[in-house]
Design a protein around this ligand. Structure first.
Ligand code: HEM
Ligand code: HEM
Length: 166
């Protein structure tokens, strides 16, 4: 049952962002559109990374041995790309933020909620990367909690940013 909710929420996230960006927020400016493409790819990578929490959660909780083993294998596979996805996503988002700041900041104003929330999101991303790096260097209960908590806050903030009007 939980499995269906999990798949459903992921699909909902990806499909709703896709429709929102490409149906409701299309721009004439090619460079702004490119900025949106960067952000669309980046958030998919971030969503994949955040899913690690739920995979580890099910591995810890399930009593079904087969599922435990299958997910453990999958998580090992996914963790091989975890840091790469984070870095690629970050690079894309830096370009996204840069384009939006330069191309729209001056027009809509730098205190526009879309701009402010974007800056807030990138700051949360920086903290998540830092926390991930600490978690990678040395695992401890606190570091684990720190990394997934920052990852969740970051996800929440970027979702707010994404769906705010310009
Ligand atoms: C300096 C940081 C940022 C600035 C100034 C910024 C600015 C903007 C602006 C102005 C838009 C609106 C484009 C439009 O209405 O067509 C936008 C859209 C978007 N941003 Fe950001 N952003 C920043 C950071 C981020 C971050 C960190 C993420 C995600 C991790 C993100 C994800 C998105 C997505 C997915 C969209 C598409 C939704 C839409 O077009 O309205 N942005 N951003
Ligand atoms: C977009 C950025 C990132 C997001 C959203 C993210 C998210 C997550 C989440 C949700 C988990 C599962 C936490 C748990 O249940 O223990 C995790 C695990 C982990 N992350 Fe990240 N992460 C990001 C970047 C990074 C970076 C940059 C590093 C390292 C330099 C990193 C290293 C790790 C490590 C070592 C684990 C633990 C894996 C394990 O227990 O086997 N993460 N990450």
């Amino acid at each position: 049952m939980a499995y269906y909710i999990w798949v459903f929420i992921n699909a909902l996230l990806v499909i709703s962002t896709f429709i929102y960006i490409w149906v409701f927020r299309s721009h004439d400016s090619q460079i702004v559109t490119l900025g949106q493409v960067f952000a669309q790819f980046a958030i998919i990578l971030f969503i994949v990374n955040v899913n690690m929490y739920f995979i580890f959660l099910v591995i810890r909780r399930t009593k079904v041995r087969k599922l435990k083993i299958a997910l453990a294998k999958m998580s090992r596979h996914m963790m091989k790309s975890h840091i790469k996805l984070a870095i690629i996503g970050t690079i894309l988002i830096v370009f996204h933020g840069g384009i939006m700041l330069v191309k729209l900041g001056g027009i809509v104003g730098y205190t526009n909620p879309k701009i402010i929330s974007g800056i807030l999101a990138i700051l949360c991303l920086a903290v998540t990367l830092f926390a991930g790096y600490r978690r990678y260097k040395k695992a401890s209960g606190f570091r684990r909690k720190f990394h997934y908590t920052t990852a969740f806050i970051f996800t929440f903030v970027f979702l707010v940013h994404l769906f705010l009007p310009l």
